[in-house]
Design a protein. Structure first.
Length: 318
């Protein structure tokens, strides 16, 4: 009997090792270089997830070099609960680059707590018939969290992310760098008081950050804290968002801003010409240095460096 049980255990282990895509693993790996049980494209992993071939809570993009991936799959699966899409790369200059085009995976965002970490989103394309690439999909009671992400090169015709809905939703952008974007956030809330947080983010060289301001009645739970706003054509379209901004550096005058904001048109980045994420580190003389608050601030910056008790504004800690 014991020998029979042993043989079955061995067979089960063999099947899981030989055919990992059929398993109910907690995560799958994506790496263009491949390997045993590794998907070579993000699309193939998303297709397997969408079709039910795999059921996981984490898609981990791995590898030592910087790879670029396309996201064209419309993920319509609604029973995942929570999904993390992240890389194991800790150097922002080598974060994998995600080029999204096609459908917005509306059902995925509507029904799932989503976490994106250590990724670069570049030139996100529009969902068919819409002017945005991603959307919170009017999600009720869900969390969408972008941590240590770079959002860049967004066109002037497509928002990266559309904030919309008639009820409460939670959207968090933490240690993110937004640069070179034509448009970033579309805004259309017709009800509810969404929880929207931007903390220790850097906005530099964008044409438009927000498509419109918020009604005061919808802005109770909005916070922009420990951020840098520099070299943007338009920082805010109105004073509600200005009033929700605290402990931040801005190139605008601080009239209508919240508490402890600093006005300076010279943010003090270490490089005058900036092309890779590390170029947005600030110098020791930057007016953004030590102006942040540690209250609810991330313990580490975008490059996983520890923040101090009086953190710098922006995604990097100097």
């Amino acid at each position: 009997m014991n020998r029979f049980i042993y043989r079955w255990k061995f067979a089960i282990v063999f099947i899981f090792l030989a055919f990992p895509h059929l398993s109910l693993a907690s995560k799958v790996l994506v790496d263009q270089e491949g390997g045993a049980g590794v998907y070579t494209t993000l699309n193939s992993a998303l297709t397997a997830l969408n079709g039910g071939t795999i059921t996981v809570d984490t898609i981990l993009i791995t590898g030592t070099d910087q790879d670029s991936f396309s996201w064209t799959v419309d993920v319509g699966r609604s029973n995942l609960g929570t999904l993390v899409i992240r890389s194991d790369q800790t150097d922002p200059d080598l974060f994998p680059i995600i080029g999204k085009s096609g459908a917005a995976s509306y059902i995925l965002f509507q029904s799932t707590n989503l976490y994106f970490e250590n990724l670069i989103f570049s030139n996100t394309g529009p969902a068919p018939g819409y002017d945005y690439g991603f959307t919170n999909a009017q999600a009720v009671g869900k969390i969408h969290h972008f941590k240590n992400c770079v959002i860049r090169n967004q066109s002037s015709s497509t928002y990266f992310y559309h904030l919309q809905g008639g009820s409460a939703t939670t959207e968090i952008f933490e240690n993110c760098l937004f640069t070179g974007n034509g448009k970033i956030f579309g805004v259309n809330y017709w009800g509810g008081s969404p929880t929207l947080t931007w903390i220790n983010c850097t906005f530099d060289g964008n044409a438009q950050i927000f498509g419109s301001d918020f009604l005061s009645s919808r802005a109770t739970n909005i916070s922009l804290k420990n951020c840098i706003f520099s070299n943007n054509t338009t920082t805010f379209p109105g004073n509600v968002l200005r009033g929700k901004t605290t402990f931040s550096l801005t190139s605008e005058v601080t009239t209508y801003y919240g508490e402890s904001c600093v006005s300076n048109t010279t943010p003090g980045y270490i490089r005058a010409t900036r092309t890779i994420p590390s170029h947005w580190k600030i110098s020791s003389e930057s007016p953004a240095k030590n102006i942040g608050t540690s209250l609810n601030a991330p313990g580490n910056d975008i490059g996983n460096f520890i923040r101090i008790d009086s953190p710098d504004a922006g995604c990097w800690e100097s």
